[in-house]
Design a protein around this ligand. Structure first.
Ligand code: AMP
Ligand code: MG
Length: 326
């Protein structure tokens, strides 16, 4: 009879031993042309980090314009001659991109590929193009010429010179996908930072708020210009400091206004969007940066209707004044 408690103890110990997964430290790796940081805290075991990294790399592969055989490159080549079938991830990103383009009247424009390529914005050699080349490229950036058939999940370009660029939206989708994995795995809370595209997932112990800094555009490596205290949500910023180059004593940043073909001059240094969906926040931060504060504030209600959630905005204006709109 004495053997039974000992057996129960042994079984319990081995259950604890085998169910106790080894916690790993936060992971940092490169994807989407930036540094990605993932912290799953106490629930971060090897298999969770591996699943997340694999998913991130897969998405990076799909939306990467530098890879000849990525899905976006294949669409850019194929959709000029006929409808190209796309997968579920691509369809979601494209549909969101098109609806954001529509209601912001092109401030967000997924069809800027030719212009972005001309400026070399995402390359090692960004430069000021000739005005005539900008005008030529600008003529092929009409997002209305992207025909997306939702039923058939196909894309067709009515303009043979048109080309897609998802640089302003893909990271947002990827962050939401990581949050989905965290949810499935019952991870309690996590910090997902894809090069400034931040998603604070879940609630910290004791329902502590997350503290998320908004970078000072004048000193992005210094102290934040504002610290937000938030519950689990996405915080995404588009700013002039992220990717830029200098030529002839001028600074040229990476967010293009399709109506001029030049980096947007909307009186802002950055726009931060705070809402649940990282996909929405990413698309809107770029759109509202181009739109400028006045138009952005007037588009806020419509954005909330379209994305079906409450959206908060923080602007850093040209003179570095910080303006929050709840
Ligand atoms: P973000 O940092 O999210 O604002 O995205 C900027 C990136 O999106 C750039 O590096 C370009 O690849 C692309 N992009 C630039 N301007 C626009 C725009 N007006 N609409 C959509 N994508 C853009
Ligand atoms: Mg964006």
């Amino acid at each position: 009879m004495k053997k039974l408690p000992a057996l129960i103890l042994l079984l319990t110990m081995s259950f604890i031993f085998f169910s106790c997964k080894k916690q790993m430290s936060p992971q940092i790796f490169r994807a989407f042309g930036t540094v990605c940081f993932i912290n799953l805290y106490g629930d971060g075991d090897e298999s969770a980090y591996t699943e997340i990294k694999t998913r991130l790399m897969k998405l990076d592969g799909k939306f990467n314009l530098h890879r000849e055989r990525s899905e976006i490159s294949l669409v850019n080549k194929g959709a000029k001659t006929g409808p190209v079938e796309v997968d579920e991830d691509f369809a979601i990103v494209l549909e969101t991109a098109l609806k954001t383009a529509e209601f912001t009247d092109g401030s967000f424009n997924p069809a800027l590929g030719k212009l972005i390529n001309l400026w070399g914005i995402n390359s090692d050699n960004p430069h000021l193009p000739l005005v005539k080349d900008i005008e030529e490229a600008r003529a092929h950036c009409d997002w209305r010429k992207i025909v997306f058939d939702k039923e058939k999940q196909t894309v067709f370009f009515e303009d043979k010179e048109l080309s897609l660029d998802f640089g302003a939206i893909a990271k947002g989708y990827a962050a939401d996908e990581i949050a989905r994995i965290c949810e499935e795995r019952k991870i309690r809370y996590a910090m997902i930072d894809l090069g400034g595209n931040v998603l604070a997932f879940g609630s910290k112990p004791g329902r502590q708020k997350w503290q998320i800094g908004i970078k000072n555009p004048d000193e992005p490596r210094g102290d934040p210009i504002k610290v937000l205290s938030v519950d689990g949500c996405s915080v995404v910023t588009s700013g002039i400091y992220e990717r830029f180059f200098m030529q002839n004593g001028r600074v040229y940043h990476h967010i293009i206004d399709g109506t001029t073909g030049f980096p947007a001059e909307s009186g802002l240094k950055s726009v931060t969007i705070i809402c649940n969906s990282s996909l929405a926040a990413d698309a809107l931060s770029t759109a509202f940066f181009v739109a400028g504060k006045g138009r952005a504030v007037s588009l806020k209600a419509e954005a909330e209707k379209i994305f079906n959630e409450k959206i908060k905005l923080v602007f850093v204006e040209e003179d570095s004044t910080v303006v929050s709109v709840d």
